[in-house]
Write a protein that binds this ligand. Structure first.
Ligand SMILES: Nc1nc2c(ncn2[C@@H]2O[C@H](COP(=O)(O)OP(=O)(O)OP(=O)(O)O)[C@@H](O)[C@H]2O)c(=O)[nH]1
Ligand SMILES: [Mg+2]
Length: 468
């Protein structure tokens, strides 16, 4: 099949000093040279056009049709297989100007290059065996990382840590499969003592099942690292929810007024809590209302509560009671299923603040923090409480964190191994055991990107930007 040479702008839009256009494929160099006029010195190459791999050349991009210089550029040539895609790659480093970069890209397309699809460069790196699918996925994570910790795990994965561990587990599965197949094919040659069912079950539990289950545990932490912890601020109208949002973000993101019902829509933003990403949402005040706009806002707030990892329930210290009132009871029924912190705000308005550091009707397992969003007191204490509920804060740095796709495959592998263990205990035939272990191996292959259906591959790579 003909391999097309692709081209795309690899740097983001906007002003910057350098913009890069990247080509990959067999015709990369010839297409680039059809628009590039080098200033070669004897040292950098010879004037007959033999460009050396992994060398940078200075020159101009020239539009032959109008015989005009488009830009002064550097051309970087990487011959296959020593390139990102394992194909011939050329990068043209031009000035970062939208008009220039598009003019150069157009010239390249006119010379026979095809516009790259999102993620096509990384897809080629995967298809040409330079990286496996877990590493390709980690490239997306690197690009999308919003915090140091997310970046740290993505870089671990791009180095192949997840691949390494999955390959190890797969090898152990394969050893068992080989032994079973030998017993089926050559029963007289295989010593049955080698196949102590009890011992095998123990080995499988400790070397396959336990590591797989450890992955499953780290998935939820991984999700928090990738997407951030979802914190939702709820409470009655006018208690200071938006003021708290602004305090946590350290910027006036939401409108604050003394009028109850100021916030109608969800307001979402992000901040880093001790280096970890937190996605925080401010919501409309929860109360009984006939106002149609407020009602929609409240429905959205309830939706946000369902998605939340942690809820901050804000209560006004100046009007709170030691008895639970109807509104409190109403809100409590929504939040008690989720990890929550009760935030008693406006403590500056209370003459003896010590008297309300905890409300009697709040169950003991829900932490309470008293703050003043207005005077900026108690916010550090609140952050400390949020951090202690942050499971990823306790993740050790060598943990490998799978994504949703890996998670599904690992779950299926765990089920297949469970079935293997049951069938082993019940002394079912080796043929049945072979089916189970093969199913588990297929799950490992899926993670690594072997036999992955084309539509799933397309979906993975479509999450990339064009040019990556
Ligand atoms: N004294 C005092 N006033 C506060 C404090 N926090 C908020 N306020 C005031 O309370 C009023 C309501 O604050 P908001 O942050 O808009 O309250 P909200 O809960 O978002 O209100 P809605 O969006 O209407 O539900 C404003 O006048 C704030 O300045 C506080 O800690 N102390
Ligand atoms: Mg508000």
């Amino acid at each position: 099949m003909e391999i097309r040479t692709i081209a795309a702008i690899a740097t983001p839009k906007g002003q910057g000093s350098i913009g890069i256009i990247r080509l990959s494929g067999p015709l990369s160099l010839s297409i680039a040279l059809s628009v590039f006029k080098p200033k070669l010195t004897k040292k950098s190459g010879d004037t007959t056009g033999h460009f050396k791999s992994h060398h940078v050349y200075y020159g101009h991009i020239v539009d032959a049709a109008s015989n005009t210089i488009v830009d002064e550029v550097l051309l970087f040539y990487m011959k296959h297989p020593k390139s990102y895609t394992r194909e011939d790659v050329v990068e043209i480093h031009a000035h970062s100007n939208y008009v220039i970069l598009h003019s150069i890209l157009n010239l390249l397309l006119n010379q026979g290059a095809y516009l790259a699809e999102p993620g096509e460069f990384t897809k080629r790196a995967f298809l040409n065996g330079r990286i496996d699918l877990t590493q390709a996925e980690a490239v997306i994570d690197i690009i999308q990382s919003q915090s140091k910790i997310a970046l740290h795990y993505a870089i671990n994965q791009v180095q192949g840590q997840l691949r390494f561990e999955i390959e190890e587990i797969r090898k152990r599965m394969l050893d068992i499969l080989i032994k079973l197949e030998a017993m089926v094919d050559f029963p007289e040659d295989v010593d049955s003592l080698e196949f102590d069912r009890f011992l095998l079950n123990q080995t499988i539990e400790s070397t396959i099942q336990e590591p797989l289950k450890k992955f499953l545990k780290s998935y939820s932490q991984g999700r928090l690292i990738r997407e951030g912890l979802h914190v939702v601020i709820v409470g009655a109208p006018n208690v200071g929810k938006s003021s708290l949002l602004n305090r946590l973000l350290e910027k006036p993101r939401a409108i604050v007024t003394p009028i109850a019902g100021t916030t109608r829509d969800l307001i979402e933003d992000m901040f880093l809590l001790d280096g970890m990403p937190v996605v925080i949402t401010d919501t409309a005040g929860l109360h009984q209302t006939n106002d149609p706009i407020e009602t929609i806002g409240i429905e959205k707030a309830l939706d946000a509560i369902h998605q939340a990892d942690i809820i901050l329930w804000v209560i006004d210290a100046s009007s709170c009671h030691n008895e639970q009132n109807d509104d409190d009871g109403h809100i409590f029924q929504y939040i008690h299923m989720k990890p929550s912190i009760v935030v008693i705000n406006k403590i500056d308005l209370v003459s003896n603040p010590e008297s309300i550091n905890r409300l009697q009707w709040i169950p003991d397992n829900i932490p309470c923090v008293t703050i003043s969003a207005l005077k900026n007191t108690g916010i550090q204490e609140l952050k400390k409480n949020m951090l202690s509920m942050f499971p990823m804060h306790r993740v050790d740095e060598h943990t490998v964190v799978p994504n949703l796709r890996h998670q599904k495959a690992i779950e299926n592998a765990v089920t297949a191994i469970e079935s293997f263990q049951i069938n082993l205990e019940e002394c079912l035939t080796d043929e049945i055991l072979i089916i189970d272990i093969r199913a588990a191996i297929t799950c490992m292959d899926e993670i690594l990107g072997q036999h992955v259906p084309l539509d799933i591959l397309d979906h993975i790579f479509s999450q990339f930007c064009i040019g990556k």
